[in-house]
Design a protein around this ligand. Structure first.
Ligand code: TNX
Length: 493
């Protein structure tokens, strides 16, 4: 991307904005370029000056209030002399600034003049990192939040508990740290111990870092399945009372939380309360996926619970539990999100109406949830949202289970054609997910995430045709270089 003189805004921008008008000439950014803001945007200007390494004082780059714009909407005007970002909220101002920051990177500081007026198509533009199967460092998590926000994303779903490790401290339950956070490799290698908790300081630091970038962190505490790490620490929370292990194999396990155990619910109350306190965002994910009901069928406590609650089918026990945990979440002023299995077996019982459903087993769960009046986050593993899947179907490629080609991502839309207009109103947006069974380092994680995460950012901001997205691959590779991100550069098909 050397010859910036010939380049237009259109060539340099990804995600492509809603409206764009090319101007005459360039704004040359230098170390003496200054930043200023009207009062409402002082914090945004502070963040901007930190991220660009520029001083505040003069008005070379100016943040101005313009009422009447939507929450995330902005107008970015660039002339030879000045850059003005107009918005009506700090969030809008930050989105406008992010576009400018991408332009500065892409243009090597020679920013073509023009006017961009822009706003996102979808409210939920997310990515998930599984920090359980392999621990991802706070530094890497922050790098991903920064990158995602730079491309207009606004949700970080933090998968914090699973069979292979529990990563969030819960006061009053010391074995969470001494047992549940540590995985001993029994099956695969040399008995090495992996994993640890994130400390409260690290969590607070990540939360503040994300907040500055207008990214909402969505912590996930898995219930009732994917719970071996918890059960290893507290076997009394399981139906058979153990012994259990923090798993070092991948898959779906019959050992789940005991739905008949009141001590478990006391723990969940604590876990939800403490987690809710650590994060400022309005959501808490309660899991719900891949929870076999095998152990429940022969567990006297679970059967007793069914009787007490007048449940007729074992699957309803999960629905009952979803409702109970969602109510705990609501008590702390937050909304619960569950993977699409939370719908299974609940046709005759209903679920809390404000429960958000995340559709991952294709789009069917999303369609069903929307029909039942639940808000929906789409992350179908069938359509490019699973970034743990290989880039292409090759034995040489890194990845797990399936294939998510860049074309699938570039074609993705959160509202598939089979969804009717009424159901579409319930779709908040979508999310890419990075599960880490096969990913042991952050560099490997980057290889799986890029450029697919960036293409998803485009589809959630302003969906484009496949060809338009693929044509921008050289720009994306250039941006990844500049951001020191490992990026898949292989063939498109
Ligand atoms: C299914 S998606 C899972 C994860 C695995 C993933 C692998 C979901 C809610 N559960 O536990 O890591 O497949 O792609």
């Amino acid at each position: 991307m050397q010859n910036t003189m010939n380049r237009s805004l259109k060539d340099l921008l990804f995600p492509t904005p809603l409206h764009l008008e090319e101007g005459e000439g360039f704004f040359r950014l230098s170390n003496s370029t200054t930043i200023a803001a009207e009062t409402l945007f002082e914090e945004t200007a502070q963040t901007a000056s930190e991220l660009l390494g520029l001083k505040q004082g003069g008005e070379d780059i100016l943040f101005k209030v313009q009422s009447g714009l939507k929450e995330e909407e902005y107008i970015l005007s660039i002339t030879k002399e000045q850059i003005v970002i107009k918005a009506s909220t700090a969030e809008g101002a930050f989105r406008g600034f992010s576009t400018l920051r991408r332009l500065i990177l892409a243009s090597d500081r020679m920013i073509p003049a023009g006017i961009i007026s822009d706003q996102p198509s979808f409210e939920w533009r997310g990515f998930m990192l599984d920090c359980c199967r392999h621990f991802l460092t706070p530094a890497f998590i922050k790098k991903m939040i920064d990158t995602a926000s730079l491309f207009g994303m606004n949700r970080f779903h933090w998968h914090l508990t699973d069979d292979q490790g529990w990563r969030i401290p819960i006061d009053g339950y010391p074995r969470i740290e001494s047992v549940a956070s540590k995985r001993i490799e029994l099956n695969y290698t040399d008995g090495r111990t992996h994993g640890r908790l994130y400390t409260k300081e690290e969590i607070a630091d990540i939360e503040a870092f994300a907040k500055k970038r207008h990214v909402i962190v969505v912590p996930e505490i898995e219930t009732p399945g994917h719970a071996n790490a918890l059960l290893a620490a507290y076997p009394e929370f399981g139906c058979t009372k153990g012994p259990y292990e923090v798993q070092d194999r991948w898959g779906i396990f019959d050992e789940v939380m005991c739905a008949g155990n009141d001590e478990l619910f006391a723990f969940l109350e604590e876990a939800v309360a403490q987690t809710a306190k650590l994060f400022s965002g309005p959501y808490l994910h309660i899991g719900g996926d891949e929870a076999p009901h095998t152990a429940w069928k022969t567990c006297p406590d679970c059967l007793k619970r069914m009787k007490e609650e007048k449940l007729t089918h074992i699957d309803e026990l999960q629905g009952w539990m979803t409702t109970k945990v969602a109510q705990m979440v609501a008590k702390h002023g937050k909304r619960a999100i569950g993977w699409d299995e939370v719908l299974d077996g609940t046709e005759n019982m209903g679920l809390p109406s404000d429960l958000i459903v995340q559709s991952w087993r294709g789009s069917a769960g999303g369609l069903q949830a929307a029909k039942r009046g639940h808000y929906v986050i789409m992350s179908p593993n069938t359509d490019g949202c699973y970034l743990d899947y290989k880039h292409v179907d090759s034995e040489e490629e890194m990845g797990n289970l399936g294939v998510s080609t860049i074309e699938e991502v570039a074609r993705f839309t959160p509202t598939p054609p089979q969804m009717d207009e009424e159901a579409k109103k319930f779709v908040l947006g979508a999310q890419v997910n990075l599960w880490t069974e096969k990913i042991t380092t952050s560099r490997q994680a980057e290889y799986m995430l890029f450029p697919r995460l960036l293409v998803m950012a485009q589809q959630l901001w302003y969906p484009q045709e496949l060809e338009a997205n693929l044509a921008k691959r050289p720009l994306l590779e250039d941006l990844c270089n500049k951001l020191d991100l490992v990026c898949y550069r292989g063939p498109s098909a």
